[in-house]
Design a protein around this ligand. Structure first.
Ligand code: KG4
Ligand code: ZN
Length: 377
């Protein structure tokens, strides 16, 4: 079965072609081994265009997707050496995300579906991030849905979302916690902006923080000042909050500037603030994730979304999961996506769409597929 996957929820125009052996239509349901081959995959990032705005500008994102979609589509089919007539299923992200951006992908998918009579499966972007852990750095990967990997927990951390999802079986999701205000990635982006660093903030802050850790920075004069809260870390629920942390950084920068107006020009100060901020985010995310693992006796942890690229988050989660083996006799397997699939991409939309297709029929009335900016799992 050949799948054409389309992703345009934010600032990446992603198109990929996947080939799945043992097609769902013949196998019927779950409990089989599906072998995926990535025939082609392209992600056209708009980062350079949005950088001057310090974040994604929806109208610009829409314009860029409209411009890029036909180009990326043509290139991807050529690379996959396949004609559109040979595609069996189109999968397309319909939410959550920026509605003007989502619509571009949906309209593009609908037109192809109509013209070439190909069924469409609309896909939840967050479900895509969950499925993003399966492809590895090879062209081919297998998903064995007969394996008992449940209960599973997914920590989804991106620019728009921060959620803990309990998964008791394939495609069965229960949100047990989420951010009450800003998403973790959004906090990285906003803090970077306050510090005069470019968008997206995650990778820049992370590398500054890494330097601070490597050099074990001690800024004696200011050290006492560079402390940030860990919001909601000890609350009983599984919710998060990053807006207060962001404000705390604002005040911290203000206080530091009172001492020296040019203080942020000092690279070591920047590194220290970045480290303290990253510590605060990682500690809160990890604390609640580990708590949920214990409560729900989780067997598998999946971390997905743009922030899952964060090396320190990966390191601390992996360390704490190891500790659980000794302290609670819980043998939890943890999975992160390969680096190229932590951010938005169409492969994950193809894989999640295929599993949706296993579960239910494709949409008959393609005009009923609409963008849903606030779509939830
Ligand atoms: O999943 P994604 O590519 O797009 C959304 O669906 O939002 O996530 C983008 C977010 C941005 O906020 C970016 O700053 C953050 O992921 N990010 C990181 C890292 N790389 C990307 N955050 C922390 N550390 C990183 N290494
Ligand atoms: Zn995303």
């Amino acid at each position: 079965m050949k799948i054409l996957a389309i992703e345009t929820s934010c600032d990446d125009t992603g198109i990929s072609v996947l080939d799945v052996k043992k097609p769902a239509s013949h196998q019927g349901g779950f409990g089989s081994k599906d072998v995926f081959t990535i025939l082609a995959n392209n992600t056209n990032s708009q980062i350079m265009i949005h950088t001057p705005y310090g974040g994604v500008f929806p109208a610009l994102a829409k314009r860029e997707h409209q411009k890029n979609l036909p180009i990326v589509f043509k290139k991807t089919l050529e690379q996959a050496k396949i004609k559109i007539e040979k595609i069996d299923l189109i999968t397309v992200t319909y939410g959550p995300g920026l509605e003007p951006a989502l619509w571009t992908g949906i309209v593009f998918a609908r037109e192809l579906s109509e013209k070439y009579n190909i069924p469409i499966m609309p896909v939840n972007h967050m479900e895509g991030h969950i499925f993003s852990i399966f492809p590895k750095n090879k062209k081919t990967f297998t998903i064995d849905s007969s394996k008992n990997i449940f209960p599973m927990l997914s920590l989804l951390v991106s620019g728009g979302h921060t959620e803990l999802i309990l998964i008791r079986d394939w495609m069965k999701y229960k949100k047990i916690g989420q951010t009450r205000d800003d998403a973790a990635g959004e906090a990285f982006d906003k803090v970077a902006r306050m510090m005069g660093l470019p968008y997206p903030g995650g990778p820049v802050i992370s590398s500054l923080a890494q330097k601070a850790r490597e050099e074990k920075l001690r800024i004696t004069n200011y050290e006492l000042l560079i402390k940030l809260p860990r919001p909601m870390i000890y609350t009983k629920d599984y919710d998060f909050s990053f807006s207060g942390l962001k404000t705390a950084v604002l005040y911290l920068i203000r206080d530091l500037k009172e001492k020296d107006p040019n203080i942020l020009d000092k690279i070591k100060i920047k590194q220290s603030v970045a480290k303290e901020f990253e510590d605060a985010v990682v500690e809160t995310l990890t604390h609640k994730t580990i708590k949920a693992i214990k409560q729900y006796k989780i067997k598998t942890l999946i971390v997905g979304g743009g922030v899952s690229a964060n090396k320190y988050l990966q390191e601390i989660i992996t360390k704490d999961i190891k500790k659980l083996r000794k302290s609670d006799f819980l043998n939890v397997k943890v999975h992160f996506p390969v680096l190229t699939l932590t951010g938005d991409n169409a492969i994950m939309i193809g894989v999640a769409g295929y599993f949706q297709y296993k579960k239910k029929k494709t949409i008959k009335n393609i005009n009923s597929i609409k963008a849903k900016g606030n779509l939830s799992l």
